[in-house]
Design a protein around this ligand. Structure first.
Ligand code: HSE
Length: 296
């Protein structure tokens, strides 16, 4: 039996729309065995599709197809900790698990680049699947159908405060809210910050993250879809976060803080618990995952 553990991910990191992403310490675990028919079950009671439309199974099948090997069925179990449709990479975890699980069952014939490219073709963009597979802070580019990624380990002195609301936001809906065209000025605004954010993470210059994670390409269009999102930005900034951004397509808001800043989490939890507009959010204290998906 093959077991695959995949971390949650937080994409975009502000300005790096569809390019930057980082892995954090929340995990889904999947098991794979070859079988004569499709047998899919959740070991934690989460409602998941159990037929050929299951995303883990569909992703595994892509590997079988790629290698020209017929697939009769698979026995798959899923243990879900990453909340679904919250901007923390739950779909990417399924895709990466399906690809890595099938590749392991079939004798590890695919390279990491091939698997990353397959995962990106299923997800549509690489910024969640790349850190899910590699761990760390990952910058990715798609060029002529191939995915090119560079991983940098995240400083373990950082922590991530994930403000997760109790409602889902489908990526398709959050992408539909974006304008089809952007100005040259806005493109420069973001590309310069995405480059600065990458340099700041690489250099440990976290004082720059507040400026480097500002964005004009997606967050302003998505915040109206996130009830209480503006207030969470304000709360996290007031509590001294190094950076605050919408995690992936949302609705989770992510704050980057120093690991020893326990006061941030205590005060954030108290503010969310108080009577007010933010009681539908829960704050999770996460650490960097620098390992990525593990196959055993
Ligand atoms: N870059 C993607 C987006 C991440 O913002 O739509 C969500 O999967």
């Amino acid at each position: 039996m093959i077991t695959v553990t995949v971390p949650a991910t937080s994409a975009n990191v502000g300005a790096g729309f569809d390019s930057l992403g980082l892995a954090v310490s929340m995990y889904n675990t999947f098991t794979f065995e070859e079988a004569d028919r499709i047998q899919i079950s959740s070991v934690d009671g989460t409602h998941i599709p159990t037929g050929s439309n299951n995303l883990v199974y569909r992703s595994a099948r892509v590997v079988y197809d790629q290698l020209g090997i017929p697939l009769k069925g698979l026995r798959i179990t899923q243990k879900n900790t990453i909340p679904m449709a919250r901007g923390l990479g739950s779909s990417s975890a399924c895709i990466v698990a399906g690809i890595l699980g099938a590749n392991a069952l079939l004798g590890n014939k695919l390279t990491r680049r091939q698997m990353l490219t397959l995962a990106t073709s299923i997800e549509g963009h690489p910024d969640n699947v790349a850190p899910a597979m590699l761990g760390g802070f990952v910058t990715s580019v798609i060029d002529e159908g191939q995915v090119y990624s560079v991983k940098k380990e995240i400083d373990t002195e950082l922590a991530f405060a994930a403000f997760v609301p109790d409602f889902r936001l489908l990526t398709a809906k959050a992408r539909a809210a974006l304008p089809a065209m952007v100005s040259h000025k806005d493109a420069v605004y973001n590309l310069s910050r995405a480059a600065l954010a990458t340099a700041a993470f690489c250099d440990g210059n976290y004082a720059l993250l507040g400026v480097a994670t500002k964005d004009v390409l997606h967050q302003q269009y998505r915040l109206p879809l996130i009830t209480g999102g503006d207030e969470v930005f304000e709360l996290a900034q007031d509590l001294g976060a190094l950076a605050v951004y919408i995690s992936g397509a949302g609705p989770t808001i992510m704050a980057v803080v120093h690991k020893d800043d326990q006061e941030f989490f205590d005060r954030a939890a108290a503010a969310l618990a108080a009577d007010g507009p933010l009681h539908h959010f829960t704050v999770h204290r996460l650490l960097a995952d620098n390992v990525g998906a593990v196959v055993s």
